[in-house]
Design a protein around this ligand. Sequence first.
Ligand code: F6R
Length: 605
Amino acid sequence: MCGIVGYIGKRDVAPLLLEGLQRLEYRGYDSAGVVITSPKATGLKMVKAKGRVRDLEARVPKRFTGTTGIAHTRWATHGAPSDENAHPHLDAAGKVAVVHNGIIDNASELRAKLTAEGVEFLSETDTEVITHLIARADAEKLEDRVREALRHIEGTYGIAVLHADFNDRIVVARNGSPVVLGIGEKEMFVASDVAALVSHTRQVVTLDDGEMATIKADDYRTYTTEGSRTTASPTTVEWEAESYDMGGHDTYMHKEIFEQADAVDRVLRGRIDDRFSTVHLGGLNLDAHDARKVRRVKILGCGTSYHAGMIGAQMIEELARIPADAEPASEFRYRNAVVDPDTLYVAVSQSGETYDVLAAVQELKRKGARVFGVVNVVGSAIAREADAGVYVHAGPEVCVVSTKCFTNTTVAFALLALHLGRIRDLSVSDGKRIIAGLRQLPAQIEEMLEREDEIKKLAQEFAEAKSMLFIGRVRGYPVAREASLKLKEVSYIHAEAYPASELKHGPLALIEPALPTVAIVPDDDLLEKNRAALEEIKARSGKILAVAHREQEKADHTIVVPKNENELDPILMGIPLQLLAYHTALALGRDIDKPRNLAKSVTVE
Ligand code: F6R
């Protein structure tokens, strides 16, 4: 998804902006551009290129110097990836430059109106209308011109504006797309993601929707789009700049898979209360009295986070005995759902910026619901919009496909389930049992990851498959879904996930030697049922890879996973399948960290 980075200070700006763009590459993009100026300059200098940041870098001329600038990585929405459609966009006089994340809903209307007034458009983007509106605004100050332009805009935006006649400042605005200011020593940064800032400063101010800011080298001020001043105190970003490096791994996906034991350790740290066999979740703001009143839990998320939510819903039902289910936020927000005051709504998102999830949260809050966030990125839009919540503390996840955040989110749900359970009817001994299980997880993850070579060998075979089936029953079903998503995203092999209990109702027709099945077979009360499914597949000459707690004789191969408590088993069973997806994609030579057509945080619809 698009990325913004900007700088104003004394340093040579172009290298700084290019480095910032590289740090945003993980979000997915198709073109990039940069525009710069300096206090003594009389105009703006701009370079844009379709393709990678390195293609842009190759086009930057030798004498491209300045101390103020804004830059962008674009993910096409209006108009194909091209040099012309890449941001920044300039007005006809070459004085106003705009970079923009988000979507302008009334762009075609505004474009028609501006064209009728004689404006010539140079791109097919929605963003270019903002540039022309600012250029035509009738006001003295740049801030007022931007404000005047935004009055005409419907849709979402995070924008940064540079003006040749006001080259001591950058003006930014936010509505539905993140904008973060980075505060340095006599220099200021702006970005859509802290990843672009943390190597320079960890003091940040995150803008709210409806907020604007003017940044100068030694000063910043924030105000609403209506013009009233707001107070924004800087916070410190916890994540280190090094967390964004590859750390000796060939890909971020590999690095992040191997960070999972530490990440799980972090989400548990300081939260377990042995005295009462429960957990403390500081940000939850839910006292025992309120917790007892919860009659349902509804979990909303997208993609991998939705799958983590499915696992979470089962844990909450099992441990807290509260009816719970998960639903894709993207569906929920459009179906005019009945919003019930006794339901606890939980929005789950790694980035905390996924538009579909945010829109669902806003709709719920408008209807008076209480919404919790289970989020990785501190201070993100969903974290701020939610009434309370739990951070999953996975650290930054750079690879477009989610691995460690999925695992940490499932652990965060286990903590929530245990917390609710111990307020309700979960016994002390069951609380102790779950806590002991949680404590075992980091070591068991390490043990699991030692099987990498075995999984790598299997992946060579699976790389030849045209399609794969993933099955699981009850606790195993969300694991199968997530494994299937992981494989298709990163290897582009078609994969389908089905409840094992549904085999006979249709998918059995697909079984043949060329369609491998991956079966999740935990050693729990459903073991015999799952074994029966393996028999059915074997009887039809299907090839089977089982992920189980012991060897499965009907399977062609079993990846044996360490056993934990039944309720916590799904947390571990997905991990070998992350490695399977990874090595299959590697064998096929895929661009693992940036799968085609995908973006890390989907901040548009
Ligand atoms: C898959 C993946 C996506 C995200 C989804 C939601 O590997 O990463 O399916 O899980 O786009 O993103 P977040 O969790 O940031 O809301």
